[in-house]
Design a binder for this molecule. Structure first.
Ligand code: AMP
Ligand code: GLY
Length: 432
């Protein structure tokens, strides 16, 4: 079958790498992709939210399935766009409907959903511009630190954690006053939860689900979890505290009620659900939902998925996911993200990326035992060289018999890759 995958990051390169290994795949296209995805498929110069362009491409190229990497097209309703079009409605879109994508697209919706279905999460209230004083009074009832979340999508910047009541009140006023535009017209104010975070992923056809390997990501730019938040600086799978007992709690209290809740509320959902969880003294709670896979978690999770991803996605589309096999590699997988100097603040693009082994230049894309490079922000320059084109540049993912062995491989290659300004965190996995 022919698949069109939407997106351009490390997550999409990892998904493309896995999809391309399927015996069921004839042609894989990635829109718009990056300098890595074109090793495993064909890049198409279309933005992931150019619905009309995607429509034409799907019809002209006999596409049998569209797999959506990022949240943006889902929250904007690409699933519904396909369902509502006579010519497109036979083509399954892997990802939820616009209504289902509210799990990520609206924090207030997600909190209300969890409350309706008894899913453990932080206590909260939502405020808009008409009840600023109530919001300020609610803050006074909470203990520091204070958590404020813009209701809508803010490219990962919409959550503020403030140490003092004064700062929290000031930021709440500013958020409701349009700090993030329409996205912060409503703000969720919630209880701060302390614990270690863990990302759990499921694939669902709307009725059945399969749980993928869990992973932990590292969000801060600095070692020891310091400095600004980033898109993610690395990931590790498995996560030691996510043992059988803990995962059973996650399934019983969180995953099953979520999938059942989507179904009873009539929210069409055929795709990935990302549960951002926190371990509060052994009890899992939901910090957030995302309606897609995580990045950089996908760069380790796909390494550990042994089964045919296309077969599983077919199960999602056909509603018979329960008949499909999902097996995992018992080895550990880790990912170390190489980023541009200055990221997540200002950074320069267009730096040539090279790989040296024992001082000798190597082909960046050559196979290395147990190490897989997933490109994120990369492109080709006019001379055909691979250059940096984003903040997060390349994910160096590795297998190992354990985390330590996998990390040693990723760090070795991370050191051998060179581009001006390269930075990575040397403490990925060190806290586990
Ligand atoms: P979110 O966009 O909801 O994932 O929030 C971004 C990050 O803020 C999360 O990954 C957590 O590290 C942190 N965070 C969000 N909500 C809470 C909370 N209620 N308690 C503690 N940390 C939180
Ligand atoms: N790694 C977190 C995310 O993808 O949102």
């Amino acid at each position: 079958m022919n698949i069109l995958l939407l997106g351009s990051g490390g997550r999409e390169h990892a998904l493309a790498w896995k999809i391309a290994q399927s015996p069921k795949i004839e042609k894989l296209f990635i829109a718009p992709g990056n300098a890595g995805t074109c090793q495993v498929g064909e890049n198409v110069p279309l933005k992931a939210d150019d619905f009309e362009g995607i429509r034409r491409f799907v019809l002209d190229n006999d596409i049998n399935m569209v797999v959506v990497g990022p949240e943006d097209p889902l929250v904007k309703g690409i699933y519904d766009f396909f369902c509502d079009d006579e010519d497109l409605k036979q083509v399954p879109v892997i990802g939820p409907s616009k209504a289902g994508a509210q799990l990520e697209g609206s924090k207030d919706f997600a909190k209300g959903f969890m409350q309706r279905h008894g899913i453990p999460t932080a206590a909260y209230r939502t405020f808009d511009g008409s009840c600023v004083d109530d919001g300020l009074a609610f803050l006074e009832t909470l203990q520091p630190p204070y958590v404020l979340k813009a209701d809508g999508l803010c490219a990962g910047k919409g959550v503020l954690i403030l140490p003092t009541l004064e700062e929290a009140k000031k930021e709440l006023r500013e958020m409701l006053d349009g700090m993030f535009g329409q996205a912060s017209a409503r703000v969720v104010v919630e209880e701060f939860l302390s614990g270690i975070e863990c990302s759990v992923f499921v694939l669902t056809d709307g009725k059945h689900y399969k749980i993928l390997p869990e992973a932990k990501d590292y969000k801060r730019i600095g070692e020891g979890d310091t400095g600004l938040n980033t898109g993610g600086m690395g990931s590790v799978s498995p996560v030691p505290f996510a043992d059988k007992t803990w995962m059973q709690k996650v399934e019983d209290r969180i995953i099953r009620p979520t999938v059942e809740g989507l179904s009873t509320e009539g929210l069409d959902y055929k795709g990935f659900i990302f549960f951002g969880l926190i371990n509060c003294s052994g009890e899992p709670k939901v910090i957030e939902y995302n309606c897609r896979m995580g990045d950089p978690e996908t760069e380790t999770v796909m390494l550990r998925l042994k089964s045919d991803l296309v077969d599983l996605l077919e199960g999602v589309a056909q509603g018979d996911l329960s008949n499909r096999q999902m097996e995992f590699d018992e080895r550990a997988a880790v990912c170390v993200m190489l980023v541009s100097g200055g990221y997540p603040g200002h950074y320069e693009k267009g730096k040539v990326i090279r790989l040296f082994d024992s001082g000798q230049p190597q082909n960046l894309n050559a196979n290395r035992q147990d190490v897989q490079l997933f490109h994120a922000g990369t492109a080709f320059d006019a001379e055909g060289r691979v250059v940096t084109a984003g903040g997060r540049v390349i994910a160096v993912s590795s297998y190992g018999k354990d985390k330590a062995e996998a990390l040693a491989k990723s760090f070795a290659v991370a050191n051998d890759i060179q581009f001006e300004g390269k930075y990575f965190r040397g403490d990925i996995g060190a806290d586990l």
